[in-house]
Design a protein around this ligand. Sequence first.
Ligand code: ACO
Length: 320
Amino acid sequence: MTIRSVIIGTGSYLPKNRVANHDLPEHLNTSHEWIVERTGICARYLAAPDEYTSDMAVEAAKRALNVAKLTPQDIDMIILATSTPDHTFPATATRIQSKLGMSKGFAFDQSAVCSGFVFALATADTYLKQGMAKTALVIGAETMSRLLDWTDRKTAVLFGDGAGAVVLQAQQGTDRGILGSLLRTDGCGYDELYVNGGPSTTQTTGVIHMNGREVFRNAVHRLEEAVEDILQQCDVSQEEIDWLVPHQANKRIIDATAKKLGLPDEKVIHTGNDHANTSSASIPLALDHAVRDGRIQQGDLILCEAFAGGFAWGSNLIRM
Ligand code: ACO
């Protein structure tokens, strides 16, 4: 019988410090109006100095486990999607494993920047279908504020910190679960959006550099491809989609994808206005948000999509 990877719990976490556009440092020489018009962002949450990616991931994971009515000992795999690990190595996922008190199974990090959660869901789905694990935590967690150049208004206004998690369980005889995933990369976009540091190059952490226009242009047309192709792959028509749960980089990019799908705005989950771009955390944060407020219900068909540095992009089609 076919094995499906079913989402049985969602959770998320935002740091306490909410910074509205009006609260941004004056030296950035920006305005609430400019940021809202170009991106839709009104605020972001920033981690406390002693708050790490693993701390936020653990909080989101605990909430997802609580919903799933499971304990950490029921989990046999953790995949953490992040570009902001606590340390260069070991994998931050192993730190999450020990902070949760989970002593079995395995845990590793996956890096595809803002598409990290889409890639991690696809990876977890494959592992569960192969029988390598039965119950997985898939987490997206980021302290993007640590990668920002706070003198660069082109990037500093765009990002925030946070974490989101789902519990995935291998089940048989169900029509729920991940129906399909589509993953793409094109390394020709490497220099358009990158962090100018790293262990093997500068031995520093570095800060984000982005050619915003080029990223925007690529995001719009490659996401069109990502949503069209996954629907075709899964033999699903666009009318069947109940919710679009997109990566929250820019409202204009999301609107373009929704338009392509013929989805009205009421069917699109928007959290970027309040959270900004939390990279790999943004999809699970948005998903948890809409599950908790009762919009997304069991049985709904949801489409997740993301575009990121690399370039890396993709989508997952999920029956909740
Ligand atoms: N406040 C005020 N003015 C600003 C700001 C700001 N925060 N930032 C830039 N400007 C100015 C620029 O200096 C420029 O001024 P000039 O014309 O005098 O030179 C003008 O605004 C236009 O700048 P652009 O960069 O061309 O603005 P654009 O309309 O392209 O919007 C943005 C910039 C919002 C970054 C947009 O390009 C975008 O969203 N790009 C895609 C981002 C994205 O999707 N990222 C993907 C994932 S992120 C990841 O993977 C980590």
